[in-house]
Structures are given as C-alpha cells and as structure tokens.
Design a protein around this ligand. Structure first.
Ligand SMILES: NC(=O)c1ccc[n+]([C@@H]2O[C@H](COP(=O)([O-])OP(=O)(O)OC[C@H]3O[C@@H](n4cnc5c(N)ncnc54)[C@H](O)[C@@H]3O)[C@@H](O)[C@H]2O)c1
Length: 460
C-alpha cells in the first residue's frame, strides 16, 4: 500500500528532525535541545517577615486526617498560629493538644470556637455533610474559611455557601490544592500557548488497590458513644445508633460522604477546570458498580463518567478501587497537535503536528492511475522544503522534589485573608467542580444522562 503525505516525503528527503522545537512558552521552561531536561520552576515567592499585628489566629473544625494535615501545613506559613480545635472524637482533641500545645482550646462544639473574637479564620476538615453548615456558621460569626473539598454534599449547599460568602464578605477558599499547583499552572500555560493545538478530549483517572485506598480507615478500640459525640457527628444525617465504622469510615456511606465522585472526581474536575478555564460540563453520564468492597458500603467502588463541555471537548473520568495494580492519578489532554500528560509531579508534552496536506491512498489502483493522481497531487501540493524544522518532540516539566501544593494553596488563602483580595478557589469555582462531580452520582443513581448549566450552576 502506498501512502503519500508530507511527513513521509520529508523522511525520505532526510529532513525530518526529532529536535525539540516546541512553542516559545515551552522553551521557557525546558532546555530546548534536551528533551526531558528538568528545569527547576520558579519557587513560590520568598517569604517576607510578618508584622506582629499581621498575625492570623486560626482554629480547626474537624481535626481528623485532613484537618490535621492542613493545619500542620498552615502553621508553617509565616504569621499563622493555631489556637483552637473542635472535633467529635476525644482522641483527636487530645492529639491536637499533643501537636499544638496544651494551651489550645479544644471542644466538641465548634460554636465555642466561633464565639472567640481572637480567631480570624477556620479550617474545616469535617466530613462532607458538615461542610455547608460549618462554613456558613463560621462566616456568619465573622471568620474567614478554608473548607475542604468537595465543597458540597447536596446541590442546595452550593448557592447557600456562595450567598453567605457574598453577604458576609468573608474569604471562602475551597481546599482542592491542585488549583494552586505549579505543575497545573504550567499545564494551563502550555495549553493556552497552543502546545497541543485544539483540545479535543481529556482523560483522567484515580486508581487505588488497597484497603486503606478503599477508605477502610482504622476504627480506634476506644470508639464509643462516650468518646465520640455521635449526635453531633450525625448532624442532619439519618439518626441511627452509634456505629464506629460510620464514624471513622464515613466516606463509605452517602449520608455523610459523596462517593468516589465527591472524594476523587472532584480533584479531577478542579484540575480540568483550572487548566482549561472551562466552567463545567453540560451533559454527564456515568456507570460503575460495587465490584469488590462489598462490606456494607452504599456507594460504588468503580465509577466511570463521560462529560460534554461547551468549549468543544469531552472529559472521561475513571476511579477504580480494585485495579489490581499500582495506585495513582493522572491526566491526558489530547489535542490536534499532540498530547499533554500530567503524571505525579510533572507535566509533559508530546507534540505530533498535524499533516499540512491530505495525503493519498492509491496503492490499489493501476500503475498508470497512481502516476496520474500523484502528478496532479504534487501540482496541487508542491513539495516545499520547510524553512524551519517541524515543531515535534517531547518535553517535560518537573516540580521540585519537595514541592507542596497544599502549602501554596494555604498560603494563597492567608494572603487573601490579609489583603481581602479574591482567593484562587472561591465558592463559585468550588461549586462548579463539586457540582460537576456529583452529576456522576445522579447519572449512576437515575440510570440516565443528566444535564447541568455550568454558568448558572443549575441542574437541567
Ligand atoms: N484536599 C485533599 O486532598 C483531601 C484529602 C483528604 C480529605 N479531604 C477532605 O477533608 C474532609 C475530612 O476528611 P478526613 O479524611 O480528614 O476525615 P476524618 O474522618 O479523618 O476527619 C473528619 C473529622 O471531622 C470530625 N467531625 C465530624 N463532624 C464534626 C462536627 N460537627 N464538628 C467538628 N468536627 C466534626 C470527626 O470527628 C473527624 O475527626 C473531607 O471532606 C474530605 O473530602 C481532602
């Protein structure tokens, strides 16, 4: 079979090059002639000393795994001090005192924290079903809020949180730290500079293959109605007798969590929205099932979602808790001129420019016909020696080994607390990411395509 196109002619002519010649924006971050060269990105700005009257006193509401992690990071931002923590399990209040000193206020009732005038901001690390109420109560008490993702548990949470932030003029940042990640910022810059041409499709996944990965977190042996404030934990969730698994492994039940969509799809949505600038999908369809972890949970452990974006691309997402292999997350952006991949702490572009002429498929025709067509073709598409080599090749940008996007995300929050300027991930961004993620649960439960208006943030 004879296939003729410009690339094959160039190869024959010996002029094809694998030299890396990406767009100038990409050249700015990698050594142009050494594909894969690690060039340290500019680290975040050097810290400036903080004036004594510029100190921010914070409290933690929901002192579990992520709340403690966020707070450990937050207090490394200059001028930030933790003075109180609220939680429903006494063991976590005790550990908060171990971590941040015996003098901090610890309480089961976060309203005690909100009453304190010397507290400027709170970090909310409760399960999803408390995000709205804790955020609204904190903002109404005059506190700025860093609320963990997913912003919402049910759709009505979104407008209520957005409205309260507007009314109270409080800073509300949602905790999808990848929105502050320098690798994602580089991906956004590359996409905008045309590194992969027109974006047609985004594929992203988050796979796990372990018991902890599947949310089977340890229930401490002292868990009981005495050590756990069960009614407070339940909040608006259905009233059931104390259950240690529900308390410590709450993600497994939709009364408290939002399934893999709210837990993990939401990170993939916030990443996609940040990098592409899109506000959200208009149509969604999802399927999946509870395949392996049949331990009483009421949410699937495999979920596949497909989403249409009005910008003209499709998004395909996968979470698999039983992938039989390694654990990891990643993105592949497929464009008309190449692909861009985010894996670990790097983004790479593999550029394969499109043909500039249509090509011929003529091998099955007679020799005379092949000759006739080829002659006519070359008259229409004369062979032109390129004045500069084709921009093909592979380049990679790697974040420094010790880079922390959580630090940057919290640093950004505290900068806004000081300046009163907008945060990188406000409630509208948070709702658009979580609202899009929860479409998957709706589609899965209804066994139907669901629609969403990403501008108005309303279900269709
Ligand atoms: N950004 C990220 O990468 C990331 C990672 C993990 C978790 N998260 C999010 O953080 C949140 C917490 O997750 P986790 O893994 O830390 O859960 P966790 O169970 O370890 O901690 C939640 C804590 O909240 C407490 N709590 C429940 N109701 C409360 C209330 N009314 N007042 C005060 N405390 C209350 C519980 O006692 C518990 O200690 C979730 O929304 C989750 O999605 C985000």
């Amino acid at each position: 079979m004879v296939q003729v196109n410009r690339r094959s002619f160039l190869k024959v002519a010996g002029t094809a090059t694998t030299q890396t010649l990406l767009a100038s924006s990409l050249r700015a971050v990698v050594e142009p002639d050494q594909p894969g060269t690690l060039l340290r990105p500019q680290q975040t700005e050097p810290e400036k000393p903080v004036a004594a009257n510029d100190h921010i006193q914070i409290a933690l509401i929901g002192a579990g795994g992520q709340g403690q992690y966020d707070t450990k990071v937050a207090v490394t931002v200059p001028g930030v001090k933790l003075v109180a923590a609220a939680d429903c399990y006494d063991g976590r209040l005790e550990h908060s005192r171990e971590l941040w000193g015996p003098d901090i206020l610890t309480t089961r009732d976060y309203r005690e924290i909100l009453d304190r005038k010397d507290i400027d901001a709170v970090i909310i690390g409760t399960p999803d079903h408390w995000h709205k109420q804790a955020s609204i109560d904190a903002m109404k008490a005059g506190k700025d809020v860093y609320c963990e993702k997913p912003m919402i548990h049910v759709y009505s949470d979104g407008p209520a949180m957005i409205e309260t932030a507007r009314e109270t003029k409080r800073i509300l940042q949602i905790g999808s730290q990848r929105v502050s990640n320098i690798v994602y910022a580089k991906a956004k810059e590359l996409l905008a500079a045309g590194a992969i041409g027109q974006l047609n499709m985004v594929t992203a996944f988050w796979d796990r293959n372990s018991s902890i990965g599947a949310w089977n977190y340890t229930v401490p042996p002292d868990a009981s109605p005495e050590t756990c404030d069960w009614p407070r934990f339940l909040g608006t969730a259905p009233k059931i007798p104390f259950n240690g698994e529900h308390f410590f492994q709450w993600r497994k039940w939709k009364a408290y969590g939002s399934g893999v969509a709210g837990d993990l799809f939401v990170h993939l949505f916030s990443g996609t929205h940040f990098i592409t600038g899109a506000h959200g999908p208009t149509r969604a369809m999802a399927t999946g099932g509870l395949r392996f972890w049949k331990d009483g949970r009421d949410v699937p452990d495999v979920l596949l979602g497909l989403f249409d974006y009005p910008e003209g691309f499709n998004l395909s997402l996968r979470v698999n808790f039983v992938d039989g292999g390694s654990e990891g997350e990643g993105f592949l952006f497929a464009g008309s001129e190449g692909t861009m991949e985010i894996a670990g702490n790097s983004v790479s572009v593999n550029r394969v420019p499109r043909e500039t002429e249509p090509g011929l498929m003529i091998g099955s025709f007679t020799d005379a016909m092949q000759k006739q067509i080829t002659t006519a073709y070359r008259q229409k598409y004369p062979l032109v020696e390129p004045t500069e080599p084709a921009r093909v090749g592979f380049d990679k940008y790697v974040a420094p080994r010790d880079y922390s996007d959580s630090y940057d995300h919290l640093k950004n929050f505290f900068a806004s607390v000081r300046s009163r300027q907008p945060v990188v991930e406000d409630a509208v961004f948070g709702y658009r990411a979580a609202g899009a993620a929860l479409l998957s649960n709706l589609s899965y439960e209804r066994d139907a395509i669901v629609k969403w208006d990403p501008e108005q943030m309303k279900l269709g």
